[in-house]
Design a protein around this ligand. Structure first.
Ligand code: BTX
Length: 323
């Protein structure tokens, strides 16, 4: 409401200082009781307010909201995130993005939710996506590439998210081929790239991104507590999700332009700067069995090269890597 907007503006101008109830009621043109009711409403929405006799009210903490408005206000991109579908609660943002893409949604359309009841990982694994602490979003792209090149976009996404995390938090993440972003060896980001394609041409790529931002360790299900982490755990303080989303979209757009103009090579170089698996003995768990060997790096196409003990080079297109 208009009153709500004015009240938030007052608090924002006060920059954390107290404002007396008297002054608020004068400026808003309502009774002291009405002011108190507005304050209670703000508390219900997640604002933390302190009330002190004779001094008034002050805001201690604003809620970490990610509505479409919050994301678009201050967004630096031209195309990505210019159409946003925000939902409080969904099964999976991937599912919605697939439907929108099929119906012709333009490139850059973003689906974001506060909570996923059935968040998906690869190979029908589940992705834990609780309310209010993470970024759960799916981006629709329409790159003019053949389907077999689409996995390169997974690597591009990993670079974009890593750069954004570094920019916003100062933390430097590691990328484990192909789609894990780790902090101190624990997963804080998952990427799921899915396609709608003809035989020789992609119609759309749906890039699903899950970022654990403000979770505490105890908030993760027990079975992933030893392998999962959040940015707030690693940094030691909370991070504004809307700001991180904006930065991810900005880095993504820059890399995506480079990719469309110059191909995968410039992305490969940036990717290698974050990669941790390279040069190490790993096991690649593929759908056709396990391959053990030393990770030599990725090809100019983004395919992982493993050198087995007998010197054979294996080209891995898709797998889970164990370090
Ligand atoms: P993945 O198959 O590489 O990883 C899934 C595995 O990761 C799970 O089996 C579990 O062990 C672990 N895991 C599950 N949830 C978490 C979590 N929150 N943090 C760390 N580890 C976890 C990765 O798949 C791809 C995930 C993409 C998620 C996004 S969210 C927005 C979009 N919508 C959707 O349904 N999926 C994508």
């Amino acid at each position: 409401s208009e009153t709500r907007r004015k009240l938030l503006e007052l608090f924002s101008q006060a920059k954390g200082d107290f404002i007396s109830g008297q002054k608020i009621s004068e400026i808003l043109g309502c009774s002291r009781t009405a002011v108190w009711k507005h304050i209670e409403d703000l508390r219900k929405e997640g604002f933390e307010l302190e009330a002190v006799r004779r001094r008034g009210y002050r805001i201690i903490k604003t809620p970490d909201k990610i509505t479409a408005n919050e994301i678009q206000f201050g967004l630096k991109t031209e195309v990505l995130g210019r159409h946003i579908y925000f939902e409080e609660e969904v099964d999976s943002t991937q599912k919605i993005a697939h439907k929108l893409a099929y119906e012709g949604a333009p490139e850059g359309t973003l689906v974001v939710a506060e909570l996923q009841k059935a968040g998906r990982g690869r190979l029908n694994r589940t992705w834990f996506s609780p309310k209010g602490t993470g970024i759960w979003m799916s981006l629709i792209l329409r790159p003019p590439i053949p389907p077999q090149k689409a996995p390169q976009l997974t690597l591009l996404t990993a670079v974009a998210i890593s750069q954004a995390i570094q920019e916003v938090t100062g933390l430097v993440p590691d990328i484990k081929w192909p789609n894990d972003i780790l902090m101190n060896g624990k997963k804080c980001v998952g990427i799921l790239t899915e396609l709608q394609a003809e035989l020789d041409q992609v119609r759309s790529v749906i890039v699903g991104m899950g970022v654990n931002v403000n979770h505490q360790l105890s908030e993760f299900p027990e079975e992933i507590q030893s392998v999962a982490t959040s940015l707030a755990i690693e940094k030691g303080s909370p991070i504004k999700r809307a700001e991180l989303i904006q930065e991810i979209l900005f880095k993504f757009e820059t890399l995506y332009h480079q990719y469309l103009q110059h191909g995968f090579l410039p992305i490969k170089l940036l990717w290698e700067g974050y990669a941790i698996s390279i040069g190490r003995e790993v096991v690649a768990r593929t759908l056709h069995g396990n391959v053990k060997g030393k990770a030599l790096g990725i090809t100019d196409e983004g395919v992982l090269m493993l050198e087995a003990a007998d010197g054979t080079i294996h080209y891995i297109h898709s797998a889970d890597i164990e370090l």
